[in-house]
Design a binder for this molecule. Structure first.
Ligand SMILES: [Zn+2]
Length: 224
């Protein structure tokens, strides 16, 4: 299994080049390409969110906690006094950072259902919905964010699989075949839950017509 440093370096290198190419082809602006670079790098560590003590998990939950806190601060600025806002901000940071990651660690198994292509689609779907609903990005840019998260996470699975080939001894480690999979099987309930979240994202996210537009834009890039 590849370590955190390898994951983040490879994902940020590939997504950085892809985002740069999109900016060069004028499909996105320069600041937008910076956002896509971040999305691809985040995707590159997402599948290890279930590795209970991993750096990936700590970073992801800190990010969620910061996101929740900034939303609370935005809300508080409009409706609450300053001390109340600060207090609520602190509660939401520590409430998301610790109880949520603790519950998550108890519920998930490393390299289980969340280390699969189906889960990668769910990560992307959540990214698209948050970008569109909370940050009010345009539908096209929100889909781009999702595409980058998805491919960043696919790179993660491929890297883990590559690292299970022992190059020195020319043999396969026992972990071979556990990293890259369409979905965990048998695991009916987790898979149904993932499909449910995916359906919810499709329902609350931007229209599929805008996704089609984004995918059509990709064709000219592939001919460059
Ligand atoms: Zn992994």
């Amino acid at each position: 299994m590849a370590d955190f440093k390898t994951h983040i370096q490879v994902a940020s290198l590939i997504s950085g080049s892809a985002a740069g190419t999109l900016a060069w082809a004028e499909l996105v602006s320069l600041p937008e390409s910076g956002l896509l670079w971040l999305a691809g790098s985040l995707g590159g560590i997402m599948p290890d969110i279930d590795a209970d003590t991993s750096r990936s998990m700590r970073i992801i939950f800190r990010l969620f906690a910061t996101l929740a806190t900034s939303l609370v601060l935005l809300y508080g600025r409009q409706y609450l006094s300053l001390p109340d806002t600060v207090l609520l901000g602190l509660v939401s940071y520590f409430g998301v950072r610790y109880p949520l990651s603790w519950g998550f660690a108890r519920l998930t198994v490393h390299r289980g259902s969340l280390h699969s292509l189906l889960a990668n689609l769910v990560f992307a779907g959540i990214g698209v919905t948050i970008s569109y609903r909370l940050f009010e990005l345009s539908p096209e840019l929100a889909w781009w964010v999702g595409i980058f998260i998805f491919f960043g996470a696919v790179i993660h699975l491929l890297l883990d699989e590559m690292y299970s080939i022992d190059l020195e001894g020319r043999r396969l480690k026992s972990s071979f075949g556990t990293a890259f999979k369409v979905m965990q099987w048998p695991a009916l309930l987790p898979n149904l839950a993932l499909l449910g979240v995916l359906a919810l994202c499709l329902w609350t996210g931007p229209s599929l017509t805008s996704l089609q537009l984004v995918l059509q834009q990709l064709w000219p890039v592939s001919y460059i």
